[in-house]
Design a protein around this ligand. Structure first.
Ligand code: GTP
Ligand code: MG
Length: 195
């Protein structure tokens, strides 16, 4: 698939702000700072489409990006960001639940984890939650440039074991810095939206 066009369509904090359900949606979930916004920029070949930051907690809204007038990529707010209050974190939970449990045109959630670390307790919780709703199956291991080729498979095995992945579940290493892995992911997305 070639991405010819990608633009922000809507920024939402509640259901009434979501765009219409005419396009299939693929969402990105993962802890804050894992590289969700960077991956979106990589896939769409747009350096600054989604704002990225070294400070965790950059994306705090649900951002809908329309791609090729064919589907949407949805950048979800990151979890595990320590510097937020209890009420903010409850707001985050409600916002995520509303989207993940009720969005009928949501096809798949791509869970992002940092290739260097074993998935956190929250990563595991998120993945189990996705599994419960049948939205699991694709994991992206971000920041692949940070490990050597030798270490890569070992890191992927740790991710597979910690998340309890089955043989069919995919782990795709990507690097937004080196611009690698996005073609594999794009092929996955293509087959998901054509179903
Ligand atoms: P929130 O919006 O806070 O949820 O974070 P996010 O998941 O959108 O992360 P973001 O894309 O903003 O990236 C966080 C930091 O990681 C930035 O400093 C990026 O430059 C860096 N980063 C993202 N992807 C990569 C990668 O593939 N390699 C390296 N080395 N750094 C990366
Ligand atoms: Mg972000």
């Amino acid at each position: 698939m070639i991405i010819k066009k990608a633009d922000i369509e809507t920024i939402a904090v509640k259901t009434s702000q979501y765009p219409s359900q005419e396009f299939p949606e693929i969402a990105f979930a993962g802890r804050s700072n894992v590289g969700k916004s960077s991956l979106l920029n990589l896939l769409t070949n747009r350096r600054n489409l989604a704002r990225t930051s070294g400070n965790p907690g950059k994306t705090r809204t649900i951002n809908f990006y329309r791609v090729n007038d064919e589907f949407r990529i949805v950048d979800l707010p990151g979890y595990g960001y320590a510097k937020i209050s209890k009420s903010q974190s409850e707001g985050w939970g409600a916002m995520m639940e509303e989207y993940l449990e009720h969005r009928e045109n949501l096809v798949k959630v791509i869970q992002l984890v940092d290739i260097r670390h074993a998935p956190s307790v929250q990563d595991v919780q998120m993945y189990n939650y996705l599994r419960h709703f049948g939205l699991d199956g694709i994991v992206v291991a971000t920041k692949a440039d940070k490990v050597s080729t030798n270490e890569k498979q070992k890191c992927i095995n740790v991710i597979r074991e910690t998340l309890g992945l089955s043989g069919e579940d995919k782990v795709i290493p990507v690097s937004a810095l080196k611009r690698t892995g996005y073609d594999v992911l794009l092929n996955e997305i293509e087959s998901l939206i054509q179903r």
